[in-house]
Design a protein around this ligand. Structure first.
Ligand SMILES: Cc1cc2nc3c(=O)[nH]c(=O)nc-3n(C[C@H](O)[C@H](O)[C@H](O)COP(=O)(O)OP(=O)(O)OC[C@H]3O[C@@H](n4cnc5c(N)ncnc54)[C@H](O)[C@@H]3O)c2cc1C
Length: 397
């Protein structure tokens, strides 16, 4: 198996790098570099730049506005975007509801929703988790009762990221209470402005507004907003392409953070000489180098397999687990290397009157924000314990 980039891949990488470095607005890069969640306006601007280039939805089939890239090309694209501090694309639009509509939507649903995603007009959020249904998602209780041409929806969704930006929410709802819990769930498309829908913010540890609780009280949803068939929403929800799991390892982020840690270790002193000149610190860096390299090669191994048409087995789960845990370790190490200056939340260049002006060396800005932000990576999209369970169940039998 050849894990090296071909000359063609290398040329593609350089083209992506040149595009990203030329087109990414400096203020967006700076905000991302400082470890903050992107603002809606920043994401919209970046989405429009990608859309003009035809690169907004690389995972979609070409007929629907995708790029037709190989998985290796997608990997290179994602890595270059991360290395150059681009904001992520809106995952709910591009990686979730778009592919779901393409696979399960009716022609009318596709025509109604897909163009507005590519035109950056409509924003989706994901209504899966509930106060008593997270890892055990099938326990969800939000009730949808069919009355004539409408479902009447009642219930509460929680941790709904960016619901306050969203025009629409795709929701898992309960349409049957008896039998196996998974067999009574349906997948509904809902309008966030519908009467009876309310949003309450939940502040995060680093003081940002990402999460919300979304409450539905007798919300009327037209029957034609059902995706696929009633009580078969579980199949839809679980259909996230295996290939998407190749892109959860955050290889670009890990490479970028290791590079940044090395830069800091050249500038920060311990006992009068730079950290990077101490053997004990060099040993740590070597361990991180090995982990980042191993992650990179493992991702490339999976990609080579998938690009040659072979299916992916559940071991692909290891990518998210290894990649997110490595990133958290690197960000914690960065805070440690900075000593006192690693502690405060700070940013500059972005208006935020509640924060004091930045202090300490330039290279310390954002370290604390990024560290706190990364705590969520091992919970969102299935906690590390759940990833361990999947691997144990499928691979250690
Ligand atoms: C940044 C972020 C964004 C999110 N965005 C969204 C969103 O937009 N929409 C949405 O619907 N949800 C969202 N979530 C919610 C996310 O899907 C849930 O947090 C996740 O599924 C875990 O569920 P929970 O929080 O209820 O924790 P629980 O399921 O209560 O788990 C608590 C702890 O117990 C462990 N645990 C649970 N079950 C087992 C088991 N069987 N074996 C071993 N350990 C177990 C878990 O790993 C965890 O450590 C988001 C979460 C985060 C952190």
């Amino acid at each position: 198996m050849n894990l090296k980039e071909t000359a063609e891949d290398r040329a593609f990488r350089l083209a992506v790098r040149e595009f990203v470095q030329r087109e990414l607005p400096a203020d967006i890069r700076k905000h991302n570099e400082e470890g903050w969640e992107p603002e809606k306006d920043e994401m919209a601007r970046w989405h429009r730049i990608l859309a003009r280039q035809g690169w907004l939805a690389p995972s979609w089939p070409k007929d629907y506005g995708g790029t037709g890239w190989t998985l290796m090309q997608r990997h290179i694209f994602e890595e270059e975007c991360a290395l150059n501090y681009c904001p992520p694309v809106h995952i709910f639009n591009i990686a979730m509801i778009g592919p779901i509509l393409i696979e399960y939507g009716t022609e009318a649903q596709k025509q109604r929703y897909l163009p507005k995603i590519l035109d950056v007009e409509e924003w989706w959020c994901q209504g899966y988790s509930e106060p008593d249904a997270g890892s055990d998602l099938a326990a969800l209780k939000t009730d949808a009762r069919l009355e004539g041409d409408h479902y009447i929806v009642n219930g509460t969704k929680v941790w709904t990221s960016l619901a306050h930006w969203a025009t629409h929410i795709f929701c898992l709802v309960r349409t049957k209470k008896d039998g196996k819990p998974q067999e009574g769930i349906s997948f509904l498309l809902m309008d966030m402005t519908a009467r009876g829908t309310s949003i309450q913010p939940i502040p995060t540890l680093n003081g940002q507004h990402i999460f919300n609780q979304v409450v539905f009280e007798n919300v009327r949803v037209p029957k034609e907003n059902l995706i696929h068939r009633e009580n078969e929403g579980w199949t839809v929800a679980k259909s996230l392409l295996d290939h998407e799991r190749l892109f959860l390892a955050r290889v670009g982020d890990n490479k970028k953070r290791l590079q940044r840690l090395k830069d800091i270790a050249r500038k920060e002193l311990a006992h009068g000489k730079p950290l990077i000149e101490h053997d004990w610190f060099r040993r740590k860096l070597a361990q991180y180098e090995v982990r980042v390299r191993a992650l990179d090669l493992t991702v490339l191994r999976f990609i080579a397999k998938a690009d040659s048409g072979q299916g992916l087995d559940p071991s692909v789960t290891m990518l998210k687990l290894a990649g997110t845990e490595l990133l958290q370790d690197l960000l914690q190490e960065t805070v440690d290397a900075l000593g006192y200056y690693g502690l405060p939340f700070q940013q500059h260049g972005i208006a935020n009157d509640e924060l004091a002006p930045p202090f300490g060396p330039e290279h310390a800005i954002g370290a604390s924000n990024a560290r706190f932000r990364s705590r969520a990576f091992t919970i969102a999209g299935g906690g590390s314990e759940i990833q361990h369970n999947i691997m144990a169940k499928h691979l250690l039998k």
